[in-house]
Design a protein around this ligand. Structure first.
Ligand code: TXA
Ligand code: MG
Length: 322
């Protein structure tokens, strides 16, 4: 029995240390975590998600020093990024050290590492390091959804996705809605120039400014989770522009996702009305889930324009629509 003083993050750290799974809130989305040095626990992540075994996982660590233990080489531009953006919504793909086993990296010679910024995730990592006497220990964690589905941004969403598949010793932590709402920016740092593998809150401009180098484009690195079809609700997602909305007739089975400045066509279900890109990212996945719980058949989405976080939102909408 946990003592009354046991805090929720401490309970999750205990479960992880004992080889169980924990759903951990991060600032991006909720993750389904296991201690990264336990192949059986990590295998349960794949089984629970229904995820193909060759899709590599992100190793979440407490700080940059811990991240260094997972890489055998870190280019200067990546050190700059680590200093500026960690803890935070950024994942770096680095040449792996011997710590990063094949069952984490999908057999690749690189490993994805992130120092998450949410206080709860940090507390879980700190406590896990203490329990295992290993300050470089990682939590391997993909987003806490079934394979190919929408990432959860609340504990309730994670519960709906995976609750029935977890055991009584696994833990779901609740820290409210995720602040960012879309997955971390993934940057391949295994070559001479950084390559953007997945857009997110940390933008291309920021990477170039802080890294001190231009982004490269070609990359031989696979990012298998970045499939064309991903993040998909059951409802069909259709990307549209504001002008075409006037062609929509009243239809209670159709929902709309768009900035608040875009008026709701008569008889269409409004799923969210964010005022800027930050709000758009933070409400996007909740809105896609809302469409399913309302049993809508179609979602029309008006993507935000411009660069930065808008690119990440367009990326997720395109995959949801594929
Ligand atoms: O915000 C996030 O990144 C969330 C939270 C929980 O940290 N995690 C997340 O994990 O989105 P996941 O597994 O859903 O997506 C991770 C992506 C996948 O597309 C995977 O292929 C890619 O990272 N990835 C992992 N290791 C890699 C590697 N060594 N090389 C290239 N891509 C890698
Ligand atoms: Mg995912």
């Amino acid at each position: 029995m946990p003592s009354q003083e046991t805090t929720e993050p401490a309970r999750a750290a205990r479960a992880l240390a004992d080889g169980y799974l924990a759903v951990v809130p991060t600032e991006t989305v909720y993750g389904l975590g296991a201690r990264a040095d336990d192949p059986h626990a990590v295998a349960r992540i794949f089984a629970t998600k229904g995820r193909p075994a060759d899709h590599p996982l992100i190793a979440h660590v407490y700080n940059a020093d811990a991240a260094r233990a997972w890489a055998r080489h870190i280019p200067d531009y990546a050190e700059n990024l680590m200093r500026e953006f960690w803890p935070g919504p950024m994942t770096l793909v680095l040449p792996r050290s011997t710590r990063a086993a094949d069952y984490i990296t999908g057999g690749q010679d690189t490993v994805a590492v992130r120092v998450p910024g949410s206080p709860v995730a940090r507390e879980v990592l700190r406590a896990l390091g203490e329990l295992t006497a290993d300050s470089s220990i990682a939590i391997a964690a993909p987003s806490a959804n079934r394979f190919g589905r929408v990432s959860p941004t609340t504990a309730q969403h994670a519960q709906e996705e995976l609750g029935e598949l977890l055991s009584e010793n696994d833990v779901i932590l609740d820290a409210g809605p995720c602040v960012v709402g879309v997955e971390s920016t993934i940057i391949d740092c295994s070559g001479d120039a950084p390559v953007l593998l997945r857009p997110g809150k940390i933008t291309a401009d920021q990477i170039e400014a802080v890294g001190g180098v231009s982004l490269g484009s070609a990359s031989s690195t696979r990012a298998p989770g970045t499939l064309a079809s991903h993040y998909a609700p059951r409802a069909r997602v259709q990307i549209t522009d504001p002008e075409s909305l006037t062609e929509l007739g009243p239809d209670p089975t159709v929902g709309i996702i768009a900035l608040a400045s875009v008026p709701t066509p008569p008889g269409i279900v409004r799923l969210c009305a964010p005022h800027n890109d930050d709000e758009y990212a933070a409400s996007l996945y909740r809105a896609l889930r809302e469409a399913d719980s309302l049993e809508l058949t179609c979602v029309v989405a008006v993507p935000p324009e411009g660069v930065g976080l808008a690119e990440a939102i367009r990326d997720r909408l395109q995959r949801a629509a594929h």
